[in-house]
Unconditional design. Sequence first.
Length: 407
Amino acid sequence: MTLSYRTGRCLGTRRSLYDCRLQSISIARFSQCRLLRNIDNAASSNADSNRTLKTEQETTQDGKEQQPRNQAGKRKNGIGIPALAIFAIGLPLGWYLKNRYSQERGTRLSDPSEFVKYALVGKDSVSSTSAIFRLRPASNVVVDQDEPTLERAITSVEFKQPQLQIARSYTCLPQQDGQHMDELRFLIRKEQKGEVSNFLHRLPIGSEIELRGLHAEFVLPNDVNSVVFLVGGTGIAPAVQATDKLDGQAAIHILWASRKREDCIGGYNDTTRAKQGWSWWSRSPAAVKSDQPIVGTEKGPLVSMLEKLKQEPGVADGQRPALLVDYYVDEEGAMIKPEDVKRVLSTSSKTGSASSLGKRILIVSGPEGFISHWAGPKQWANGKETQGLVRGVLSTLDLGGWEVVKL
């Protein structure tokens, strides 16, 4: 959705949080732990001194019974000081070291409401209409990808179209191995009437782009057990990001609908094969199936990301909840049917992670038409975009306790 500089949404990633800032986090943890160790040692020494002094003063005929009680009480006093130190000193110290590290690098973290300049360093083609845009800071002001409050949030950033003074939100893709820690990547499709997307696709390499963020679209609950994604087109980006952030905590099943096979080349269904049907995009049935991998077929960038997430430690060998992906391609006559959704919800309810009491979330992600078809449109209230009521196809199904989220 394109709006006039409204508050947008964007994304940080697990690897950005834990890998790309590893040096700054390590420095903070080392210094923090060393300080707390010194405080703990000092407190223990003080407790030992008090224990010795009071034991001498309390020598009585019942000394053997009195001493254990005194020592137990003093052990309690000894624990309180480090606990207070952790709360009062540890957290501020971590923030201080993080900001100090940014200053030493000569950078400043931007405010989420502040537009900052990034340079377009690459456009990696995905299909005839979409590409992965790669951006790096064009100044010493950078988007804060390590914001602690966004650790479990699906996030996005806003891109400015300066001529028309409008902005559009795009979800960032997870970091790849070897990627620069300040680099941001986005899947952007050139839409026929998309003012911002057409503007971005016309830009040559080296151009400067103004953006702001990160902004939370949805915060993944700590007790999430199972997640099902109904995805249309470029709505796959939030699904990839959420999978990366959950890191095997929950069972995830993605149903991805695409216009053309070029968007998901090399992808095949992990469960039952895609069936023929009528697509919400068009009415052109075909007869191509995609439930088995085609030997020798090169995988597209997005399919490669999903396949890599399937191979994360503990997932491929069944020790952690699996990631399953089913592809529905419009030009092949395959579509997501209500029966498919009911089957996946039923199966996912039984095959979640170990905690059967965890939350089950059904996320609908994609173009407005796709979201409206499945879950009804979002609504505006008090100048903010809200989820609105669940309507569309999902309103006719027995969701059995699944929470519906529209992205």
